[in-house]
Design a protein around this ligand. Sequence first.
Ligand SMILES: [Zn+2]
Length: 330
Amino acid sequence: MSEKFTPTRCSLCDTGDRIVSARFRQVYSQKDSKPVLLDWWECGACGGLFVHPIPPIEVVNRHLASVDYNDESFVSDIAKAKEQLQRRILKGLSCWTRPGELLDFGCNFGQFLVLAREAGWEPYGFEPYLPAAEAARSRGFKVWSQWSFEESDFVEGSFSAIAAVDVLSLVWDPIKTLRTFSQLLKPGGMLVMRLTNKRFVLEIVRAISRPGPARDHSVSNILLGQFHSIGIESLKRVLRGVGFDRINVQTNALTAPWHHLRWQTRLAYAGSEVLYRLSRINLSPGVLLFAQRSRQFTSQEHVADFQQVQGDRRFPPICRGQTPKIQDFT
Ligand SMILES: [Zn+2]
């Protein structure tokens, strides 16, 4: 990797220095052609890993066409598992705020929009993949469909909640997207994200392997198509820097039935849960994060210095009688 391609800023925390090569390349599969190798970088400020440069849209589309997460024999069970997660999200939101306008960022075919509407929300969707967006529209929802979320014609402060399930790791400029979330939410509005938590396991792979094709393949099998990875604590600091002040992270956010998970994934969930109960260190492979937009945060021009954002300032909210049993496997 040539130094002339070194990014000038971290796409996760916006810090411009201490960026070095992550010493691996992502093997990014392509339909009907050879995989593309993507350079990854490490930020010394937030500890995050990210790809740079982001591949062109046609390369992203060829990758999306090359992966198929759907196995017809599992579709029904997986839909059921996702519905469990979606209901858990709605239940969690009800602990923080009353139903209002809700944006599902990456709404896919609109399954969550339907559940949200049933729960009393006024749901809207954003979905770059046009066929999915049109399917969601056919269910009676307003759905924006374009590649650039930041250039959409949303009105600032217009949503009570934004949901982003398994999509943050796929956006090209995550801190820009998080800032936009903050701007679109009303003061006190809620952001809820389901996130994969891979930063720690990536570190293990890097520690036990040498730079080269074998490491590239191992890392790529973990990353799949995502463009960045950051630890949960660092992400919380980034969120505080863009205007969120109360943050609650829950473990065991499964999106597939337990019996369909690979044994390695089950072991990771079970082991991380034991660790979490003993130490509160959260290495759960899938987490749910709830973040409330500050009622005091008003400057949309504010760019936080990541280094100055420290520690938890408030405890997560208590929702008597409604708190999901987050320690249970779903
Ligand atoms: Zn960073």
